[in-house]
Design a protein around this ligand. Structure first.
Ligand SMILES: Cc1cc2nc3c(=O)[nH]c(=O)nc-3n(C[C@H](O)[C@H](O)[C@H](O)COP(=O)(O)OP(=O)(O)OC[C@H]3O[C@@H](n4cnc5c(N)ncnc54)[C@H](O)[C@@H]3O)c2cc1C
Length: 346
């Protein structure tokens, strides 16, 4: 392989962007596709009036040397700061945040990938993967994208939540990410691409999250340091974006826990909004909600994590990565993206 290698990365979340940066730095011809209007995936930050709110990942911790190096660089450049050292009690471990919101970290990686020569295509849905036609094609695979065109490539790194990745490995339109992970669907992928896809990996499930984003008119009752984990029966996390330092005006992110989100997933938006606002009330003190928005994450958190940092086909040309591999959090996504890139550079 080497300098001539052509790689398509599906997904411009943290893992895809890390993989793309690493590969582009090594001289690989990289194209990144994301169906979203901008990069970041679950590193998501939204503006509501003049407030700024993180509505996916809220903070992160650092345990591994590889992520330590990345975070040290972000801290040196003012992109990341320490929010606190524990929500209930000081445990000595820093909780970091993006100083301009978590999405700014994805933007930073995308910019460095592009500087190194990568092409990043947003608003571009990958539909499927197929072997290149012909007896001796120049490239091993074709990635089919939503305008009907194809991208020929030597290797593909998939970094979507796993059900979305496996929908791309099934024949176009045959099995969708919301469909049940049956033996037949698994066997169809194995037969179609001739890959040894593990059944357990194929059946990885994700918890959902329903988020309420709210701007408020004054101080809330959320205690120092402005974040509460598993504070009651409804919310897994409550984050005061002003206390966190990313919003100039008061704005709160409420994440309903997995059980609540699952139970209310099919409710209509008005009913869900009313229920979440009622549950949020005790945390708001005297503050009143000015603007609110709902955000739903169908594939928020993998319920199980694969023991290796990425998965590859026997010939190494299809790599599956993301936070279902190196841990269901920011650091895991980062390290899985690195491992995916290195599997192609080895
Ligand atoms: C509500 C919530 C709260 C969280 N809180 C924390 C936290 O506090 N701390 C922490 O460490 N972690 C947290 N996480 C987890 C963290 O956000 C993720 O682990 C990490 O961002 C995942 O990155 P990724 O690159 O693996 O996947 P993603 O960010 O999901 O990226 C995958 C990308 O693939 C794209 N995609 C999917 N299908 C296609 C397709 N067919 N074609 C093209 N593109 C496609 C998507 O648009 C997406 O951008 C949270 C996650 C959620 C949802």
């Amino acid at each position: 392989m080497g300098a001539q290698l052509k790689v398509v990365v599906v997904g411009a979340g943290l893992s895809g962007l890390v993989a793309a940066t690493e590969l582009a730095d090594a001289g690989v011809d990289v194209t990144v596709l994301d169906k979203g209007r901008s990069v970041g995936g679950r590193l998501a930050t939204r503006r509501l009036a003049d407030a700024r709110l993180d509505h996916g990942a809220q903070f992160f911790t650092v345990r591994s040397p590889a992520f330590r190096r990345r975070v040290d660089d972000w801290v040196d450049r003012g992109l990341v700061a320490v929010w606190n050292h524990g929500f209930d009690a000081d445990d000595g471990h820093p909780r970091y945040v993006g100083t301009a919101g978590m999405n700014s970290l994805a933007k930073d990686l995308a910019a460095s990938a592009e500087r190194a020569g990568a092409t990043i295509m947003t608003s571009t849905l990958a539909f499927g993967l197929r072997p290149s036609p012909g007896d001796s094609p120049q490239h091993r695979w074709e990635v089919v994208i939503d305008d009907g065109s194809t991208l020929p490539t030597d290797a593909v790194i998939f970094t979507c939540p796993l059900a979305q990745t496996f929908a791309l490995l099934a024949d176009v339109g045959v099995w969708k990410s919301g469909d049940e992970a049956t033996d037949a669907a698994h066997d169809a992928i194995v037969a179609r691409l001739g890959i040894d896809l593990d059944q357990t990996l194929f059946r990885t499930q994700y918890d959902r999250t329903i988020a309420l984003l709210a701007t408020v008119d004054g101080p809330t009752a959320i205690p120092e340091p402005g974040g509460v984990q598993d504070g009651d029966d409804v919310f897994s996390f409550i984050g005061d974006n002003q206390a966190k330092g990313i919003s100039s005006s008061p704005a709160v992110t409420f994440h309903a826990n997995a059980e609540w989100s699952e139970a209310h997933w099919d409710d209509d938006a008005d009913t869900t909004l009313a229920a979440l606002e009622a549950a949020a009330r005790p945390w708001l003190g005297d503050a009143q909600i000015i603007e609110r928005q709902l955000k739903t994450w169908r594939f928020a958190t993998p319920r199980t994590v694969w023991p290796d940092p990425c998965w590859t086909t026997a010939d190494g040309t299809v790599v599956v990565a993301g936070d279902a591999f190196a841990g269901p959090r920011v650091e895991g996504a980062h390290n899985s993206g690195l491992a995916a890139a290195h599997s192609l550079l080895a």
